[in-house]
Design a protein around this ligand. Sequence first.
Ligand code: SF4
Length: 365
Amino acid sequence: MRVAGLVAHADEFVRALGAWYDAAARPLPWRATRDPYAVWVSEVMLQQTRVETVVPYYGRFLARFPTAAALGAAPLEEVLAAWSGLGYYRRARALWLAAREVCERWRGRLPGSAAELATLSGVGPYTAGAVASIAFDAQEPLVDGNVARVLSRLAAIDEPTAAGAGRRALWELARALVPARAPGRFNQALMELGATLCTPARPACGRCPVASLCAARALGSPEALPVAASRRASERVDLVAAVAFAGAEVWLGQRALGGLYAGLWEPPMVAARSLRGARSALRGCGLPATLRFRACGELEHVLTHRRLALRVVVARTRCAGAVAASPGAPPYAAFAWQSRAALPRAMSTLARRVLALAETAEGAA
Ligand code: SF4
């Protein structure tokens, strides 16, 4: 590990990185503002999500919820609808909760220190550092995936950086490097370097503005860093997703708050490997045993630590009344017939994939 060598050249490092960033930064919409709320929204959206995916959502979200007060005053379902398709819905719920906290505790204006920001729901050290440095010029570090890669290479940190001593070393290094002047520009430049040149598989060291200070480059094979922690095999979860159509309507359940996909609508999904194994759980979702489901396909959906393997089954019933209205049964808070032509906007990508498969099978039947 060559942390001390890099820190000793911090001024040179900051200068070279900053000059490169000014010339090469991509013109992304959130870089045109220093409104703390807008910066915060962009940082939350960008977590585990690609820049190209975020751009259209960011503009629409800010147009609909231009301030923390507007976001906090909106119904959660509307917020989830605006987030629909972006994934990791826990972020949207935490953002909404935190907006309400900002209204209650700071009259709708985000606080300027990382310590205060970190007291908000869903705001961790990364987001607190990003908002504090970019919007408030606070001399605060941040470490996300891109920064972890860049710093672990620059200082040749040769132990896993996801947690433990390696993680602490990264944060200490980031704190030692972040300058008092334009800390937000510096933090964004580090992230930009990781996103565009210091990429995971083939870092473009020949074009890197700080190559002369990079220990991993000097040692050879920078792509071997950062050292990955041994990954937990992702757990497979078998589900049966049941789509019941009644003419122009479809039977959907709304997930209860507090769990996966909270607040979102979807065709009932139950833990089972086969339709036979799913029967009794489907009855709990308001779908009677007399409904004749047939298999219409399989889907796989990958989450952070789980791989959902779904068997999609579909049934047609004559009229909506054939299935009694049902109160919720865990993990659902409610069930209802919904128009197939005007589905709830608060639906996950997975639910839309299930419905598309069932619609196609129905069309072919
Ligand atoms: S020289 Fe290469 S490995 Fe080092 S920071 Fe630059 S792009 Fe990354």
